[in-house]
Design a binder for this molecule. Sequence first.
Ligand code: ADP
Ligand code: MG
Length: 255
Amino acid sequence: MKKTNPPRILLEHHLKTLRLSVFLREHRKIATQCASDKCDYETYLLRLSEQELLEREERGTERRIRAAKFPVLKTMADFDFGAARSLNKKQLFELARCEWIDRRENVIMLGNPGTGKTHLSIALGLAACQRGYHVKFVTAAGLVNELVEARNEKRLLKLQKQLAKVSLLLIDELGYIPFSKTGAELLFETFSQRYERGSTIVTSNLPFEEWTSVLESERLTGALLDRLTHRVHILPIEEESYRLSQSKARKRKRK
Ligand code: ADP
Ligand code: MG
């Protein structure tokens, strides 16, 4: 018959109640290691708590990445800076350290389709999740639809509160679809509410002069740009589409 061990049963019950899942899973294994290393009690506790913390951080990062709703996962490491010479690699790695998010600054990426704007904005968003920031990815059209829908269903305030809570809001693809007057006003309100309170990344295929074509009103565009560009890092990407240049390179190889 297997011998029961009441203190251990009780200990494991307490660890479960305290939600110390790593202590629960690892305490015996680390105890054996510590015994063979001749560690004292404090080192034993230190090793266990370090492991618990590490796993919690990892789980937190995974949760934040899921909550951000990135359409795909792209990292700085998969980005070929050789193909994007107009970008300053050092500046992007500096941005990936996220200090600008603490300063509530913004980032705007401007460039033709296929030049890596979405890729880089996701990579910065991912870096922010890893550093503990709450991030949300939306397309400009998706966000405007969500805002208009929420307003129609009288839950705009709730959505605005949710948006205000994220440290980094990523608004991708401003410029492809023009907004209705209400849509543009609601988008402006979102920028206004984030001003000096949270960071935003905006990507667009349009230069600033043409933003009026999607927001319709010149006055609104001016006011929006005024808030967005007060503290901003502007990254103009001047290359042609990455996919296009890759397929041209493949064709050249085949010849
Ligand atoms: P944009 O948002 O500017 O239209 P994307 O970021 O969607 O462009 O890029 C299109 C595709 O090309 C994506 O799969 C992206 O990962 C890839 N891509 C673009 N630029 C680069 C680059 N410099 N290095 C690696 N992949 C790139
Ligand atoms: Mg894109």
